[in-house]
Every structure is written in C-alpha cells, then in structure tokens.
Design a protein. Structure first.
Length: 248
C-alpha cells in the first residue's frame, strides 16, 4: 500500500539450526512510531538487521515506501531513506563529536583520515554536522572528544549519526539501554521531539519509554509476532503480561 513506510511480509532468518526470525509480517504506516518489545533472544535485533540489510533475510520480502528492497545491499537502503542506530555503541572514540558527524556526512571512515583532512573544508559539511548535533542537544559539545563524553551523550551522538542522511524511516535498537534514569529521560525527550514526519521503528525494553513513545506496539516472542496493538491493548493483554512481564 502506498501509505506504508515499511512492509515486512513473512520474513524469516535462520542461523544454522536456529530460526531467529520465523515468518514475521509487520506493516508500519508513514509517520507512525512503532515500538517492538519482547524478551531477550526474541529476534528483535535480527529482524532489524534484515530490514537494514545488515543480514539477508532467509525468506520473505521487505518493502520500503512501496519499493521492494529485499535484495538491496545496506548502503542502497540507506540511500532510499533508511537510518539506524545500533544496540551496541558504534561511535569513534578517538574523535570529537563534530568529527564523528562530519565523517558521517562525508560517508567516510577514520581509516581514510588523510582523505578526510583534504575534504574537511568542503562547503556545507560543518553546517550540516552542526545542525544534527543541535537536533540531539549536543551543539555545546561539538568539539569535545568522545572519550570525555558520558555514555548518555554518546547515545545522543549516535542518534545524530543516524539522522545525517535525512532518513524517512529510522530504526532505533534500544536507544535508552544502559542509561541512568536522568539520561534516559533526556534521550526520550529528544526522540519524542523529532519531526512527526519521520517514521520510527524502535526496539525498547524500558516499558515507560516504549509506552510513552509508541503509536502502536508489536510484541515478538521466539521469532514470531504474538501481538500487535495500541498501547492500551498491549498493556492489558494477559499473554504479554505473562511472556514479557512474567506475571498474569
Ligand atoms: N549472527 C548470529 N548467528 C547465530 N545466531 C544468532 C546470530 N544473531 C542472533 N542469533 C540468535 O538469534 C536469536 C535472536 O537474537 P536477537 O539478537 O535477534 O534477539 P533480541 O530479541 O534482539 O534479544 P535482546 O533483547 O537480548 O537484544 C538468539 O537465539 C540469538 O542467539
Ligand atoms: Mg537485540
């Protein structure tokens, strides 16, 4: 359907004997904020990898804004409007916040440092980088080395990196994991204040964050979708309470 940002149909991912994702179908409308929850090992990150192109799905199809991207490599999915953050922190710690974002704007890695030095002053790069740092509340830390930044600030920086290519669909894998309550609240607000035109699919274990950000929630368990619904439907569902909260 034309108004879908993401359409996942019967996607599976098999690792050896493990069916980590098992016939998942999931549709996210344009502008929707969808949160995916589920116990450890449910297959959430694996499904993200299939969507982003980090993994090739073993079966099924994936459409981004109506276009079949199932066979496309990761960088082409990025060009078509997909952005993502990782469950594990992925910023370059020997650089400043600004340098990290500049590299992302230029699409190069620090191993090509000499190349980067020569294009550092390309018009617009610093401006674009600063704009993204402002979006995530880090403009005041632009020239601070990542090593001097708190874990929460690093996660804010990762969000800036994911926004560099002006994605239309943003995949967030546990952005608030490992943060203190204050840092979590700060990142939550930043995500909440991102433009509503940006479609989001987010994995989140923290139920306050999940329930606070989601338009709809999908529950994954043992590689399968066991429930999809509004925040209220999911909150009261007995199966979710049993599987996810360990209570009935
Ligand atoms: N590269 C891999 N090779 C083999 N097995 C894998 C690989 N990646 C994930 N798995 C397995 O697939 C299953 C789902 O893992 P996945 O990381 O997707 O779960 P998750 O829902 O993201 O869990 P968590 O909440 O702990 O992050 C697990 O059994 C895991 O061990
Ligand atoms: Mg995971």
């Amino acid at each position: 359907m034309a108004d879908l940002a993401l359409s996942i149909q019967q996607v599976s991912k098999v690792f050896g004997g493990i069916r980590a994702v098992d016939g998942v179908s999931l549709e996210v409308s344009q502008g929707e904020r969808r949160v995916m929850i589920g116990p450890n090992g449910a297959g959430k990150t694996t499904l993200f990898h299939c969507v982003s192109g980090a993994h090739q799905a073993s079966a099924g199809s994936i459409r981004l804004f109506g276009e079949d991207i199932t066979q496309l490599p990761e960088h082409e999915r990025t060009l078509k409007g997909m952005g993502r953050t990782f469950q594990i922190s992925s910023v370059f710690v020997d650089l400043t916040a600004m340098e990290n974002v500049q590299l992302a704007v230029l699409g190069v890695r620090p191993t090509k440092w000499s190349l980067w030095r020569s294009v550092e002053h390309q018009p617009g790069v610093s401006e674009r980088a600063l704009e993204k740092l402002e979006l995530v509340g880090l403009a005041g830390k632009a020239n601070v080395g990542v090593k001097q930044m708190s874990y929460g600030e690093r996660r804010q920086l990762e969000l800036a990196l994911a926004l560099v290519n002006e994605p239309k669909l943003l995949l967030l894998d546990e952005p608030c994991a490992g943060l203190s309550p204050a840092e979590r609240q700060r990142l939550f607000k930043l995500i909440q204040n991102l433009p509503r035109s940006l479609t989001m699919l987010m994995i989140e274990h923290d139920m306050d964050v999940a329930l606070g950000l989601a338009d709809r929630i999908t529950v994954l368990h043992r590689g399968q979708v066991i429930l999809e619904g509004s925040v209220d439907e999911v909150r009261v569902n007995p199966q979710v309470r049993e599987v996810y909260f360990g209570q009935v």
